[in-house]
Design a protein around this ligand. Structure first.
Ligand code: NAD
Length: 315
């Protein structure tokens, strides 16, 4: 029997080759939601999704479906409970993109500190003297607060500590001090993270618990010279509270790879602020990471459909 795999979004060729070389039939599609997506999925045994929403209605209806592979890490677009209930396996690609996202977070931290957008933007309009405005700062010796220290947070901690001489303060209710690398300090509370950091970088998943957990109260605690960096999920931050904090200069700026919704509306005030860097959810979009995510997702599909234990299971 030939298994059929739906690939509704663009993935690297390496992932497609991985499956075709092993005898899978590929169904390409462009529908990522609603009736059309469900219709495509009805005739498939597996699916690789990036942001396509796999909800309970789809999972329940697609009886032939056996495995859902998430191309990436954030599985908030897949109803995991429903998958479990209806006997579908879910796999993801946790090892594939952590380095790219960590580098992106580090880049945003540095770009904020160096006021990259403001400097480059002013120079582009002929203002060479902007260099004398002395608004940039060093990161060495500054405190980087990490909200979440899993795969990505740990890499950022390592880069920031050993590459740039930053002090690392972590809030993560699911890690114990023994699990932290030497020299990384666990904050005694959520509030301490916001009060004591010069930069706070978010690296936790979007869940019911974390939705909009960064808002007015957190910005009120931050130093007026501090920056927020978010490469996790837009839904973790209360965006209107962030805009307010930036407008009234409660915080110094922000580096954001994610917003809620995505794409952000073209009139979003964040686009017009010279102390805000907004990238289009591209942190994991390096050539290396895209190839790894495609291959790891394809491998997960193959492992499940050929009866082996998946290397990166979720459900
Ligand atoms: N921008 C991108 O392109 C991109 C790419 C990959 C991942 N991501 C996002 O980054 C997130 C982190 O990825 P990861 O691979 O490091 O995940 P991970 O599961 O390895 O780490 C997440 C960490 O967050 C911690 N955590 C959970 N709830 C928390 C809370 N309430 N407060 C503080 N910490 C909490 C967990 O204990 C864990 O240590 C993903 O969930 C995903 O949404 C974004």
């Amino acid at each position: 029997m030939t298994y059929k795999i739906l690939i509704p979004e663009k993935i690297a060729d390496e992932g497609i080759s991985y499956l075709t070389e092993r005898g899978y039939e590929i169904k390409r599609g462009s529908n990522t939601s609603g009736e059309a997506f469900a219709g495509d999925l009805l005739e498939c045994d597996g699916v690789i999704v990036r942001s396509a929403k796999v909800d309970e209605a789809v999972i329940k209806r697609c009886e032939r479906l056996k495995v859902i592979a998430k191309h990436g890490v954030g599985v908030d677009n897949i109803d995991l409970e429903a998958a479990k209930k209806h006997g579908k396996r879910v796999v993801f690609t946790p090892d594939a993109n952590a380095c790219s996202v960590a580098e992106h977070a580090m880049m945003l931290i540095l770009a904020c500190a160096k006021r990259l957008l403001f400097m480059a933007g002013s120079y582009a309009t002929g203002d060479f003297a902007v260099k004398n405005k002395a608004s940039a700062s060093e990161v060495r010796g500054k405190t980087l607060g990490l909200a979440g220290i899993g795969r990505i947070g740990s890499l950022v901690a390592n880069m920031a500590k050993y590459g740039f001489g930053m002090n690392i303060l972590v809030y993560d209710p699911y890690v114990t001090p023994e699990r932290l690398a030497d020299g990384i300090e666990l904050a005694s509370s959520w509030d301490e993270l916001w009060t004591c950091s010069d930069f706070v970088s978010i690296h936790m998943p979007l869940t019911e618990e974390t939705e909009k957990c960064v808002g007015g109260a957190e910005f009120a605690l931050m130093k007026s010279t501090a920056y927020l960096v978010n490469t996790a999920r837009g839904g973790i931050v209360d965006e209107s509270a962030l805009i307010k904090a930036l407008e009234c200069k409660k915080i110094a700026g922000a580096g954001l790879d994610v917003t809620e919704p995505e794409p952000a509306h073209k009139d979003n005030p964040l686009f017009c602020m010279d102390n805000v860097i907004l990238t289009p959810h591209c942190a994991s979009g390096t050539l290396e990471s895209l190839a790894r995510m495609a291959v790891d997702a394809a491998q997960g599909i193959d492992e499940v459909l050929s009866g082996r234990s998946p290397s990166w299971p979720i459900v």
